[in-house]
Design a protein around this ligand. Structure first.
Ligand SMILES: *[C@@H]1O[C@H](CO)[C@@H](O)[C@H](O)[C@H]1NC(C)=O
Length: 170
């Protein structure tokens, strides 16, 4: 499996076990998240390897409801942030683009610069619908992951600035 880490903070943000589409020539990755029930009776019978879990499952037996979580948020311990208004978004994105460009080399930097404006305009057009998440460490200058619900969708779609990610084999 490949785990994608934030090149600035090192936080794990995504893995290749999620289906991923490229937008704006690969500047943004679009990934389908999913609401899942964690704990409760639905997952208890996963116990293919009970010893590895250290009996943790015992705690959730009897909790018939479980907890509803979004898989990507839960798996990568993403931290939701208050929504950005237009001014905050522009301030954040300018800073992030600058920070990220400084970390990119050669054609990756060119590719990013060429496509990031269109990608940013697209995000601006969805601003009122976007949720914002940061990685586990909540690093000040780290990547922000965005999510929104497409028309009529019950599961969220996540958006990542692809150049801010580094694939690491696990
Ligand atoms: C990001 O940019 C700001 C402002 O230019 C700078 O103070 C900060 O150190 C940068 N962070 C990283 C991780 O490069």
């Amino acid at each position: 499996m490949i785990v994608y880490e934030d090149i600035i903070s090192g936080d794990e943000l995504l893995s290749d076990s999620y289906r991923c589409d490229e937008l704006f020539n690969g500047c943004l990755w679009e990934v389908e998240g999913k609401w899942v029930v964690k704990g409760g009776h639905i997952e208890v019978d996963i116990g293919a390897n009970p010893s590895a879990e250290g009996g943790e499952d015992d705690e959730v037996v009897g909790d018939e409801e479980g907890i509803k979580v979004v898989d990507i948020v839960d798996n990568f311990r993403l931290q939701e942030q208050p929504a950005y208004d237009k001014k905050q978004f522009i301030a954040w994105v300018k800073r992030y683009i600058k920070n990220l460009t400084a970390k990119l080399e050669g054609h990756k930097a060119d590719e990013f610069k060429k496509n990031v404006e269109a990608a940013t305009k697209f995000l601006m057009s969805k601003l009122n619908d976007l949720q914002f998440f940061v990685g586990e460490s909540m690093h000040d200058d780290g990547a922000t992951v965005m999510a929104y619900y497409k028309d009529g969708a019950t599961d969220p779609t996540f958006l990542y600035f692809a150049h801010g990610l580094k694939g690491v084999k696990h």
